[in-house]
Design a protein around this ligand. Structure first.
Ligand code: SAM
Length: 277
């Protein structure tokens, strides 16, 4: 037995035959001290709603529940459901498991009544960036969630918190910087996972800004996609389809600059002046 009275995760994995599948980005966390640390990073969870993506055998889920959260967890791998049922039975009325693909989930509807949920997840690497983009581009804003505490590969985490001029600065950094305050909370070495991934991971904590600079999310998304899609090219070339030189002149941005030199405010100005559609 472990601290929460549930069996050790290694036993759970063995009993339910949960051999990790690479195709589902499965790298499990079995160290309950580490899962507790991730849960703590999300703040005081006492009676707070939490959305977790990819609970797997339930290590992080258990940490969230032990810290008093009310958890809704979305898992695509049906093999994990029986293990998650056991956790739900141990915490009656506090864990709701949804069997399905997080990319197709309407997350805002999970937050329909009352308090805003925190999103906490050790994300599957293959869909993590897309999920973050969906949450960053959520409408209306402020969004349906109170914060996001998410595990990424270190390289992705660096892109999320990147500043202009740095190698890692790109679309993710602009969108995260525009709408949230984002920081890397701590790193997690490969050997903390079973099986260990090739690279270091990082937990990123993002808190939505109440009043980000006014801009249409879809436009900013389009402009950053175009600008960083050809990041080595001058802006007058990379944003040609959105208005090119004329657009840049209108907003007073030198067309010979490259995307990585523009700060969030300049991207917002550019997006607001760009053609819609
Ligand atoms: N939370 C567990 C932990 O920390 O040990 C597992 C994390 S593992 C990195 C990612 C989990 O996401 C796996 O359980 C995997 O089956 C699940 N998953 C992968 N793709 C998914 C998707 N599209 N929707 C929901 N869950 C998904």
């Amino acid at each position: 037995m472990s601290i929460d009275g549930l069996p050790p995760l290694r036993d759970v994995i063995e009993r339910h035959g949960l051999m990790a599948k690479k195709s589902l980005g499965q790298n499990f966390l079995l160290d309950l001290n580490l899962t507790a640390k991730i849960a703590r990073q999300a703040g005081d969870l006492t009676d707070q709603p939490v959305i977790e993506v990819g609970p797997g055998p339930g290590g992080l889920t258990r940490a969230l529940l032990a810290q008093g959260a009310l958890v809704t967890a979305i898992e695509r791998d049906e093999r994990c459901l029986a293990a998650l049922d056991e956790i739900a039975a141990h915490y009656p009325g506090r864990l709701n498991v949804i069997s399905g693909d997080a990319l197709e989930q309407d997350f805002a509807s999970l937050a329909a009544d009352g308090k805003k949920p925190r999103i906490v997840a050790n994300l599957p690497y293959n869909v993590g960036t897309q999920l973050l983009l969906n949450w960053l581009l959520a409408e209306p804003w402020p969004p349906f969630y109170a914060s996001m505490t998410l595990m990424f590969q270190r390289e992705v985490a660096e892109r999320i918190v990147a500043r202009p001029g740095s190698e890692a600065y790109g679309r993710l950094g602009v969108l995260a910087g525009w709408r949230t305050e984002a920081k890397i909370a701590f790193d997690v070495p490969p050997q903390a996972f079973t099986p260990p991934p090739k690279v270091t991971s990082s937990v990123v904590h993002l808190v939505p800004r109440d009043e980000p600079l006014a801009c249409d999310a879809a436009r900013l998304s389009r402009v950053t996609q175009a600008a960083f899609g050809q990041r080595r090219k001058m802006l007058r070339q990379s944003v040609k389809s959105l208005g090119g030189e004329a657009l840049l002149e209108k907003v007073g941005i030198d067309g010979t600059r490259r995307a990585e030199t523009l700060d969030v405010e300049e991207f917002v100005t550019l997006a607001n002046a760009s053609q819609s559609g």
